[in-house]
Write a protein that binds this ligand. Sequence first.
Ligand code: FNR
Length: 364
Amino acid sequence: PALSEMLNLYDFEAVASQVLTAEAWAYYSSGAEDEITLRENHNAFHRIWLRPRVMRNVLNVDSSTKILGHHSSFPLYITATALGKLGHPEGEVVLTRASYKQKIIQMIPTLASCSLDEMISARGEGQIQFFQLYVNSDKNITKKIVQAAEEKGCKALFITVDAPQLGRREKDMRVKFVDAPPDVQGEHEIRRDRGAALAISKFIDPSLNWDDLKWFMSITSMPIVLKGIQTSEDAILAAKYGCKGIVLSNHGGRQLDFARSAIEILPEVVDSLKKEGLLDSIEIYVDGGIRRGTDIFKAIALGAKAVGIGRPMLYAMSSYGQEGVEHALQLLKDELEMVMRLMGVNTLADIRPEMVDIKNLKDH
Ligand code: FNR
């Protein structure tokens, strides 16, 4: 179908499921085990209802914001997803270019199919990129990766903390993986017979712990954000250890099945950070299951600074390339601005917690 027939993000998913190879579809779409968390991520949004205000002059609506001080045309960034070339011959640079066009931030994955240099070179004038880090068991390699990212102008370090071991993504395990990028981390043998995830993940350090944060802060001046926080206890620790942000995330349902959705965790995280007097010291982002403008609105209302989006960008890229990603982002931005009008707000700062009804969020 023509790109103009793509009316929402699910339309891209349907096309992607047809055009992707079996390997790519399995790797992109899979979740852990019974995929309960994968489904819950979006379903949790269905338990939040909206309380629109009327007669508020919504002639002008502005959805722009700042993420860690950097401008973003609306409160969404493209999160890190590995192996972009499974879906598109040019890989992640397609996302770089589309992010630039739509004036949003791209998070560069450690396990991109493109090299760091390629993603940096694809950057437009003034474009902001963050860097996602999988911590390598070899500290020297980790240090090199982090410092290269900083030298090359990445503006924040998102350390993934929810993957000391890769989750069981059985769809992915069932297809034989033959397209692994040439030995991504240089030293570990790649297992090609048990799915893409396992093939690329052997180097990740399971001994990563809170004490390591001091070391990270000594090797980089990029602000550090922990990606994959899932409890208020850990949110408080992250703030106390000096992190500038946290991503409430369960890795798109790909790690621990039965982890709660980020949107469900958000209210308790905000409450407990507030109680500890730490709320102003840290930005909170959520990812997982963001598919509609209402999803973004709900996250902002409950205290998120921005949301991350993963699979829909891969699907748009795989089916329609850069134009597809730009169109998908435009759809989301238009939806958000429509929702803002219908909710009676002009700016993101006007979005209040009382505009969402979360009584069903917990009791279901
Ligand atoms: C991911 N995710 C991920 N996260 C990360 O920190 N490093 C990575 O390399 C990857 N790779 C990756 C590949 C694929 C194919 C997917 C779908 C996801 C997780 C990602 O950053 C994010 O947390 C989720 O994708 C968000 O959920 P949605 O938007 O996909 O529902």
